[in-house]
Design a protein around this ligand. Structure first.
Ligand code: DLL
Length: 437
């Protein structure tokens, strides 16, 4: 396959396995000493396990180290796991905190550099150049999306347009008037921007926009096709999480066969979420990261709850950076309905394979001690003109497709176009009423 070969750091992005392992080993040793000396939680946990920093000689020794979970950050809220004094910090971010207390993360100047460089590698990989306008519609603020890609764009010498999210008509106006080249936002917001452009009578084919960097929430291959069609761009995936670094922990390249992890900064492992046993490449499990290039919050074996698999080897783009697949779901996102595991992404795949618009909501309830699953789908404008009989037929068709994928019966309800609230950030797809009954 021939494809543009653009790298920010070719020595690292295309390093041999030996070079990468030796870099990772050096960095891990340094990082463990730092965490042990400066984070009481790690000293205590390693002491309890009888592991000393000098026991860590190479990256293979990582399995001797303790895991970290989100609750560790919550229990030490806000700054208890920081490994540097306040005066060394230059930035604070926090997770969206939709469930429980927020988790707060801090960055030194070097940490911002590591993160910006990671995001800059990502932008370079999807073909961004110094003469591009990078339209950033991720939220700016405690959320890492906006500032992460902003700094990445500046780091590589492109021009960041810090639009942030919201005011969707103005987004379209700016795409048109400034001639943005690359759009960065959540896939659901990109879809909303596309719909808004269509309503405003803007022909997206005429816009200079050529690529989108979409992440922060799960999205499917079908959604990619929808976005590429509505915006007339190439759509790429970008992954990150606030605890490790925002966008740029991993990124898609033109080969689009998984996301390359910036593994010289964020070392990945896959574990069995129940037994914590490390799984081989290619096996699905929970993704775990160790920060081997960060100072302020050097997390060791942080359990992301994302379900994923890893793949090693040289990619068609020339990179050797290990790849992660699109996360299949999260251990805490998985719905258990009448004993069957259901991931929202499976439902999205079914809907999009039937050429429905990706505006849907999943409502789970418990009625008379039995779980119920309702999938609410917005009708397309064409369907809205259909007769009641044909709508019932469509509902039946969707229900049957859902049943054959999920192995569970779902009630399908077609809603009027535009009745499901649009999101300017991460879409809320699931309403689980069971926790309130
Ligand atoms: O969402 C950071 C980010 C911003 C990533 C902008 C990409 C673009 P959090 O709010 O901490 O950070 O949420 C992290 O979001 O553990 C995944 O479950 C999910 N996630 C992030 N990127 C993707 C993606 C940001 N590309 C959590 N595909 C992660 C699927 C994603 N899920």
């Amino acid at each position: 396959m021939s494809m543009p070969k653009q790298y920010l750091d070719p020595e690292t992005e295309c390093a041999s396995p030996e070079q990468m392992r030796s870099l990772q080993s050096r960095r891990l040793q340094h990082m463990v000493r730092h965490a042990y000396s400066n984070v009481p939680l790690y000293k205590e946990r390693m002491d309890r396990m009888g592991v000393l920093p000098e026991d860590i000689q190479s990256i293979d020794d990582i399995s001797k180290l303790p895991f970290t979970v989100k609750d560790d950050l919550r229990n030490t809220y806000p700054f208890g796991m920081f490994a540097v004094p306040k005066k060394a910090l230059v930035r604070i971010h926090a997770s969206s905190g939709t469930t429980g207390k927020q988790t707060v993360v801090g960055y030194t100047k070097n940490d911002i550099d590591v993160w910006s460089r990671s995001a800059a590698r990502a932008l370079t990989a999807i073909g961004a150049t110094k003469s591009d306008y990078i339209h950033v519609s991720y939220g700016y603020g405690l959320f890492t999306g906006g500032l992460g890609l902003h700094y990445g764009a500046e780091y590589m010498g492109a021009t960041a347009i810090p639009v942030s999210s919201g005011n969707t008509k103005r987004q379209v106006q700016i795409l048109q008037d400034y001639g943005s080249d690359i759009l960065c936002c959540t896939p659901s917001y990109a879809m909303y921007i596309g719909e808004t452009a269509r309503e405003m009578g803007v022909d997206t084919k005429q816009l200079p926009l050529r690529a989108g960097f979409f992440g922060a929430e799960p999205w499917t291959e079908h959604m990619r096709q929808e976005l590429e069609a509505i915006l007339h761009i190439k759509a790429y995936d970008i992954y990150g999480l606030s605890e490790i670094a925002g966008p740029g922990v991993a990124f898609e390249c033109p080969a689009q066969q998984g996301m390359h992890i910036n593994e010289d900064f964020f070392y990945p492992e896959i574990i069995d979420p129940d037994t914590e046993e490390v799984l081989p490449d290619g096996a699905y499990g929970e993704l775990v990261f160790t920060c081997i290039g960060k100072e302020a919050l050097p997390l060791i074996r942080y359990r992301t709850r994302d379900i994923c698999k890893l793949e090693r080897g040289t990619c068609a783009c020339g990179r050797t950076l290990i790849k992660m697949c699109k996360p299949k779901g999260r251990t805490d996102d998985m719905l258990i309905i009448r004993g069957i595991n259901v991931f929202p992404s499976q439902i999205e795949s079914v809907l999009l394979s039937l050429n429905l618009d990706p505006n849907y909501q999943i409502v789970v309830d418990r009625i008379n001690n039995t779980d119920s699953l309702e999938v609410q789908v917005e009708m397309t404008a064409d369907m809205f003109r259909d007769t009641l009989k044909s709508l019932t037929e469509i509902e039946r068709k969707i229900a049957s497709a859902l049943h054959s994928t999920l192995n569970i019966a779902a009630r399908v309800r077609l809603l009027e176009p535009k009745s499901i609230p649009r999101s300017e950030g991460k879409a809320k797809r699931v309403i689980d009423r069971r926790s309130f009954t």
